[in-house]
Design a binder for this molecule. Structure first.
Ligand code: NA7
Length: 538
């Protein structure tokens, strides 16, 4: 797959990662600014998150007509999604379509995992080394490694003794896993686990789901797209482009302006019933105050809990699944295809880890405080060391030997999620402190990538060697990130990965920017129009 000849290792820009961010950054810098760039990618093909996430049921929760690049009208015309939500294989086909259309692969080096990146103070450039011990140099280093690429397998005693097979959903074998005739255990019931359970249960002899925290989920109502809808999307691409750019989460639907208190109980129930039928993330948008007002939120939470109890016929399971300890959408709100219905199958069991925690894994399965479960396969749907993990994992050293791992000991400090004090000429696409995971990602990515392009263009035109932020700007931005988060219910959730609280020992800092993409874009545009004076340019 490696098509770039290794005769040139000195670049204007090194981009790390060949997902949505990396591909578009390459287009912007190579084709629009005429810079000499290379993309370094761990996998052997493009796709980023979707290269690794091939687990059963893996599907995006953004509706397909908005899960696209919007920068190219041709691309919007040429590509047609087949289902309401794109599945992982179709997204990889899309990414390959983009890579081929813009002839990107010739500048991507596959199977090159960055093992260290170090800023050279004398030369004002970055030295990057990969697992193949190849050294690259560039003026700019741009991280396009995504927010959810550092998988988390919890440290459970005895895993190494297990004689069956185990897999993390975010690192799924390319050739798939056969569950036929197998006793399967799945740990984790976040967005991923909720997608995987119904599909695994269909194939496995038996599935035991180990749930620590019960979770909400709304039916996705996925379906093939009709030819009328496909035509409608193509004919209205400008309308959707405008819509995704002006709604806070960049999804292709409006958030209602009404509050829960504006309607009476009958109307409230009717609204929720209708939204339940429509399905997906639109459920969250039926009231304006669901993620800001705990009383309003309780009406949605209670409605979903009731739906769970009505759907799951085993009373014990229904009670474990609906015993949810956090507000709806306080965590990333999953959407599903037959998740709760799956617990009505004879071959599915549910274990409540709050009443019987896992003690250890042994040769034959999982031992909890009360039981032993014989298993052939364990699926870890246990999430990620999100947002900071993929960056820290690259062993980045900034100015004067400053290690990213050390400067982020107390949590990430960035300016706009785009730059880190002490790390000149390093840009982090969808870094901590940016809207990223709280939005429809491709839209947040396009905004970042274009801002970085314009900034580099400005620097090159004015002959600047370095751009850097300082600790004051990062702290001020951190205050803004906290202030907007504290206006929502998001920071109140105990085990949320938004706060890093899912990883033992990780500092509890609310990482994504909850102020919405339009507000964030406005801040970034102001800085650009002000000739980047909020940064230090040399
Ligand atoms: P999440 O949302 O972090 O979910 C991970 C799940 O794994 C969640 O149910 C966790 O329970 C559970 N978990 C994690 N560690 C353990 C241990 N040690 N024991 C038992 N259970 C555990 O990751 P996902 O992959 O589902 O979703 C990540 C994002 O990907 C998603 O939001 C979308 O943006 C796409 P907990 O709730 O922490 O008690």
């Amino acid at each position: 797959m490696n098509q770039v000849k290794l005769n040139k290792k000195d670049y204007d820009a090194i981009i790390v990662g060949a997902g949505f961010s990396g591909l578009y950054q390459l287009i912007c810098l190579r084709d629009q600014l005429n810079l000499n760039c290379v993309v370094l990618e761990t996998g052997d093909d493009v796709g980023g998150t979707w290269y690794w996430n091939r687990y059963p049921g893996a599907r995006c929760d953004t509706e397909s007509h908005a899960y696209s690049y919007y920068f190219s009208d041709d691309l919007l015309k040429e590509w047609t999604w087949s289902e309401r939500y794109p599945g992982h294989a179709e997204i990889r086909r899309y990414m390959n379509f983009v890579a081929n259309k813009f002839d990107l692969k010739k500048d991507i080096l596959f199977q090159q995992k960055v093992t260290s990146a170090c800023f050279n103070n004398d030369e004002n450039n970055w030295n990057v080394i990969t697992n193949s011990k190849i050294e690259f140099k560039a003026k700019f280093l741009i991280s396009a490694v995504g927010c959810l690429s550092n998988t988390n397998i919890p440290n459970i005693k005895g895993l190494e003794d297990f004689e069956g097979k185990y897999y993390h959903t975010g690192n799924w074998p390319k050739n798939g896993v056969s569950f036929a005739g197998k006793n399967v255990g799945q740990i984790g019931t976040g967005s991923t686990g909720i997608q995987a359970v119904p599909v695994i249960a269909e194939e496995a002899k038996h599935l035991t789901v180990f749930q620590r925290t019960a979770n909400y989920s709304i039916p996705a109502r996925n379906k093939p797209l009709t030819s009328e809808f496909k035509k409608h999307v193509k004919e209205n691409s400008d309308l959707y482009k405008n819509l995704v750019k002006r709604t806070p989460n960049a999804h292709p639907f409006e958030i209602s302006k009404r509050n829960v208190a504006d309607v009476d109980p009958d109307e409230l129930n009717e609204i929720y019933e209708k939204a339940w039928e429509i399905g997906g993330l639109q459920f969250r948008a039926v009231f304006n105050d669901l993620v800001t007002n705990i009383k309003a939120n309780k009406t949605a939470s209670d409605f979903i809990k009731k739906k769970i109890r009505e759907t799951v016929s085993n009373k014990k399971f229904a009670s474990i699944l609906s015993d949810i300890d956090h507000p709806y959408a306080g965590k990333r709100p999953p959407i599903d295809s037959n998740y709760f219905e799956t617990f009505n199958r004879d071959n599915v069991n549910l274990v409540d880890l709050r009443s019987e925690p896992i003690e250890l894994i042994d040769r034959t399965g999982i031992k909890t405080k009360k039981n032993h479960f014989d298993l052939d396969i364990i699926v870890f749907a246990t999430g990620y060391d999100a947002m900071t993990g993929p960056l820290i994992n690259m062993n980045i050293t900034g100015k004067n030997g400053l290690k990213l791992n050390d400067v982020w000991k107390e949590g990430p400090k960035t300016f706009l999620g785009l730059q880190i004090p002490g790390f000149p000429n390093l840009f982090t696409i969808t870094g901590p402190g940016s809207p990223s995971v709280l939005t429809n990602m491709p839209m947040a990515i396009e905004q970042h990538v274009e801002w970085i392009r314009d900034c580099i263009n400005y620097m090159n035109k004015k002959d600047y060697s370095t751009i850097e932020t300082d600790i004051n700007s990062a702290e001020k931005w951190g205050d803004e990130v906290n202030s907007v988060a504290n206006q929502t219910l998001l920071p109140t959730v105990k085990h949320s990965w938004y706060l890093g609280a899912n990883i033992p020992g990780k500092p509890r800092v609310f990482m994504p920017y909850a102020g919405g993409l339009p507000r964030y874009t406005e801040v970034c545009d102001k800085i650009k129009n002000n000739k980047y004076k909020d940064f230090i340019l040399n």
